[in-house]
Ligand binder design. Structure first.
Ligand code: ADP
Length: 695
């Protein structure tokens, strides 16, 4: 059937019938829609081709005529028609539009009711025999339009994302800078305050000063959380796995939170699986951070009852221990509907109840991120007003499979009080150190805190001042701040290396850095620093660092008071006989280092546990000919031996360490064998002493 819906009389000017039929045939074959309609009010359709019928979902011309009423108006979506008509009229009326062309896009409704988008190129013209008409090319652009809309949406989303990322970066940078800026003065405040506590004896002032310490420490904690969070957000938080002692870690955690629980009258229970391996490989600092966060939260949000930590050894497979760590409390609990917000940074739940409780809402966000870096996930279960349970699995490589055994946490508490009671320090009148920091108050604090050591303490406030001091004076040790204007710590160090190579060779140079980012330590050591000390400077850590690197014969260890010295005699009574009789051990010297019998025996326990592993490592270093690691291991054997008073081993290790450092490898193998057999023999004595002590 022909689609031709006109049968008008062709005028003289029309092409002859043969050509006309050919054109009509072509129009029928066209892939795009084509139609003609009268340019009058009725807009009667004079012709439509096959492709137009397809666009409208009609099979025959009759169907199409029926559906559209055979008018242009009937083809357009009723909601679009007026606007389209106005646009066509306007374009045709435009004087510059000499070809009477128009272009519009509108919706149609297909016969099956589906809405489609079409575009329409029309031309207004005079058709002999018909008068004024529009002829129109039409095509279905729905898919293109959807794709374009999608593209536009994506572009807009991308723009928004970039803007959001920029805003977030700006926020993180702000947080990071702000917390850094706050940390510097607050550290100085705390340092000055410690000077007051040391030098003042007026109880009222000491009480004010204690309040400054408490508030300052809590501010410092908040700032550290913000710094950690910004490090995590910017992906600068790296984990540093090192071997750590299971017992020491849980003991530290217990000591860290015990007092808080006690003050609140909440029972603190630690159930540490005695089967846990005694030495593991992991980032102990970050693991402790996660667990202590959960424990402090549990204590913060519990008014009565208990807080319990359970560490359960799920399995050991292929040298990997899978440990489930759970923190339970009988506290305020969390509402079901608030669970989702739990890990949101800066979000706090149940604001009415928790308003008076200190917190930033960052702890759990940090814990969650740290655990995800350790391939673990924090699970939470809670019953509102009954309590909460936070748990996660931790996979750690086993370094020493020997079970940790029962840890007596009540005993730890005693140790802690003893340790607090006594605090030995050292005096070194003939030593001279240089401390370089651009914040004068930091220098003043360090100087004040080190006053009791009677050392000669010189200071410099910039890299260049440090260099000119080194040029003129000699020092036994240098502490060099990292973050300084003009010339930072690393730059200053490389100048020292270049200009004073002899000084650099001889003198330990320790980096002080506030951005205690994991991984920084390695970078600083690689840059040539002897060691690294995190800021804010903890004076005990600083003194330990000095004991490690300053010449031993220039140092005298001082016990704090005469009563303690008297007490030391009692302490000797508490030492197992086998130790007193062992010729390789100077118990008094060990007590001098450790403080009291309890601490000393604890040190003996740790020492004995590490013997097998350390000896094996040293043997391996010899077989691998890895002198660098050999020196590290022998050095650590040397210092731990000194700490327990194992003087003979200390001397031997010391000789081997310096021989290895000087590259005198000749007798090293034979001497190491001798050292290790004495080392292993000592372990037998120590184990017997430990048994004797338990019995
Ligand atoms: P905050 O510094 O506020 O404690 P966290 O990120 O550690 O921040 O915790 C977020 C919120 O989760 C807390 O403000 C508290 O409302 C809720 N929350 C965390 N731990 C517990 C818990 N053990 N019991 C009840 N609510 C908790």
């Amino acid at each position: 059937m022909s689609n031709t819906i006109y049968n008008g009389n062709l005028s003289d000017k029309m092409p002859d019938e043969q050509i006309f039929t050919a054109i009509e045939w072509l129009a029928e074959q066209m892939p795009g829609g084509f139609f003609i309609y009268r340019a009058d009010d009725n807009q009667e359709i004079l012709y439509v081709n096959q492709a137009t019928l397809l666009i409208f979902g009609c099979d025959t011309i009759e169907e199409f005529k029926d559906y559209t009423g055979n008018t242009f108006k009937g083809m357009v979506h009723p909601e679009d028609f007026d606007e389209i008509q106005a646009s066509i009229d306007e374009q045709i009326a435009d004087e510059d539009n000499e070809h009477n062309l128009d272009y519009v896009i509108y919706r149609i409704i297909r016969k099956d009711g589906v809405e489609r988008w079409v575009d329409d190129y029309g031309r207004y013209t005079y058709l002999p025999g018909f008068g004024n008409v529009y002829y129109v090319f039409i095509s279905d652009i729905t898919e293109t339009r959807i794709a374009q809309e999608q593209r536009e949406r994506n572009e807009q989303l991308e723009r928004l994302l970039i803007e959001a990322e920029q805003a977030n970066k700006a926020k993180t940078a702000f947080l990071s800078n702000m917390s850094h800026e706050i940390r510097t003065p607050i550290t100085a405040i705390l340092g000055m305050n410690e000077l007051i506590q040391r030098e003042c004896s007026d109880p009222a002032i000491l009480e004010y000063s204690e309040n400054i310490r408490k508030a300052g420490t809590s501010l410092l904690r908040i700032i550290s959380d913000i710094l950690d969070f910004s490090k995590i957000e910017t992906g600068r938080m790296e984990l540093v796995p090192e071997s750590y002692s299971t017992k020491a870690m849980y003991a530290d955690l217990y000591n860290l939170v015990q007092l808080r629980a006690e003050v609140k009258g909440i029972a603190l229970k630690f159930e540490v699986d005695p089967r846990l391996p005694s030495l593991l490989l992991g980032d102990e600092i970050r693991i402790k951070q996660v667990i202590s966060n959960l424990l402090t939260n549990a204590i913060k949000y519990t008014e009565r009852g208990y807080v319990k930590l359970i560490a359960y050894l799920e399995s050991i497979e292929n040298g990997i221990a899978n440990i489930e760590i759970t923190v339970l409390d009988t506290g305020i609990g969390i509402r079901e509907e608030e669970m989702a917000k739990l890990f949101e940074a800066f979000d706090r739940l149940d604001v009415k109840k928790t308003r008076s409780i200190e917190g930033t809402g960052l702890g759990l966000a940090i814990a969650k991120q740290l655990l995800s870096q350790m391939n673990s996930k924090l699970e939470v279960e809670s019953e509102y007003e009954r309590g909460s349970r936070f748990s996660f699995f931790l996979k750690q490589k086993v370094i020493d499979e020997v079970p940790v055994g029962d840890i007596d946490f009540s005993q730890l508490e005693k140790d802690r009080t003893n340790a607090q009671k006594k605090h030995s320090y050292f005096v070194a009148k003939d030593l001279k150190i240089l401390v370089v920091d651009d914040t004068p108050m930091n220098l003043q604090v360090i100087k004040g805190l080190l006053k009791r050591t009677c050392m000669n303490i010189d200071t410099a406030s910039s890299g260049s001042q440090c260099l000119s001091k080194i040029e003129k004076e000699s020092y036994d040790m240098v502490f060099l701040d990292y973050r300084m204007p003009n010339m930072n710590g690393v730059e200053t160090l490389s100048e020292i290396k270049r200009r004073f190579p002899d000084f650099y060779e001889k003198v330990p140079i320790i980096s002080l850095t506030a951005s205690a980012i994991a991984g920084d330590k390695e970078k600083l050591i690689a840059a040539g620093f002897t060691d690294y000390l995190a800021k804010p400077v903890n004076i005990d850590e600083m003194e330990k660092m000095m004991l490690k690197y300053l010449p031993e014969d220039e140092i005298t260890i001082i016990e704090p008071s005469v009563e303690d010295a008297v007490e030391d005699d009692d302490e000797l009574q508490a030492i197992p006989k086998v130790l007193m009789e062992c010729s390789g051990i100077d118990v008094e010297k060990g007590l001098e280092y450790c403080g009291d019998a309890d601490d000393y025996m604890y040190a003996i326990g740790t020492y004995a546990k590490s013997v097998d592993d350390k000896a094996a490592q040293i043997e391996k270093n010899i077989t691998d000919k890895d002198m660098e690691k050999y020196i590290i291991n022998v050095h650590s054997l040397k210092s731990t031996s000194l700490a327990i008073g194992a003087t003979s081993l200390f001397e031997k290790a010391k000789a081997l360490e310096s021989a290895a450092k000087e590259g005198l490898t000749e007798n090293i193998e034979a001497n190491t064998d001798e050292l290790l057999s004495e080392y292993r023999a000592l372990k037998v004595v120590l184990d017997t002493a430990l048994k004797e002590q338990k019995a």
